[in-house]
Design a protein around this ligand. Structure first.
Ligand code: AMP
Length: 200
């Protein structure tokens, strides 16, 4: 059954770099439009630059809801988005990651650098262990994540993970399909630990 996202929180992991091509920025814009249309609150890293800043600015420009979570050391060098009013400041990157996924109906990874990648891999790891149960959507725009998806498949093929784990994440090729993918993806089983690994 299709989930209702109205009023929910969804985290988006995405790039801090501002030196990326326009196609990536467009992906953030499509996502912003869908957040507004479906009345979803964005939870994000709070940055003012790159895809992060662009996404938040677009949502705020349409009177949408945005929460930023940022460590103080990044605020101290003024990397926080100046228009975001709902902000949580924390001490460490670990605390930030925990709050980014807290009480969300799902998480979405847009293209990004190592920060985005580690946020994405942490949430996949937690889901495998039953510590996060909501949909994880990878926006593989222009094949950006092809090599990661291939590596994850190899992990399964070589029995480092089980075939069930291929359902930990959902791949879409455009951010236009990200919220629909969350609506259509069932939550993970809370007994996930039973299939977390191979016994022998
Ligand atoms: P990256 O994909 O490497 O640009 O990192 C983006 C992610 O890492 C964001 O979701 C943030 O949580 C964090 N991050 C890394 N660099 C910054 C920055 N300059 N400003 C804000 N957050 C950052």
């Amino acid at each position: 059954m299709k989930k209702k996202l109205n009023g929910s929180r969804i985290a988006v992991y995405c790039a801090s770099s501002a030196k990326i091509n326009k196609g990536y920025l467009k992906q953030a814009e499509y996502l912003a439009e869908d957040f507004i249309e479906k009345n979803v609150k964005l939870v994000f890293g709070g940055g003012k630059t790159g895809l992060m800043g662009h996404l938040a600015s677009k949502i705020l420009a349409s009177d949408g809801q945005v929460q930023g979570v940022m460590p103080n050391f990044l605020k101290d060098i003024e990397l926080h988005h100046p228009l975001v009013e709902d902000f949580i400041f924390v001490e460490t990157m670990s605390e930030r990651k925990k709050l980014l996924m807290k009480d969300t109906e799902g998480v979405i990874a847009l293209p990004g650098g190592c920060g985005t990648l580690e946020e994405l891999l942490e949430v996949i790891t937690l889901k495998r262990l039953g510590r996060y149960l909501k949909p994880i959507i990878i926006v593989n725009y222009d094949g950006f994540y092809d090599s990661l998806i291939e590596l994850l498949s190899k992990m399964v093929k070589e029995n480092f993970m089980r075939s069930e784990h291929l359902s930990l994440w959902t791949v879409v090729s455009s951010s236009k399909d990200a919220l629909t993918a969350i609506e259509n993806t069932k939550d993970w089983e809370s007994n996930a630990l039973k299939i977390a690994t191979f016994k022998n």
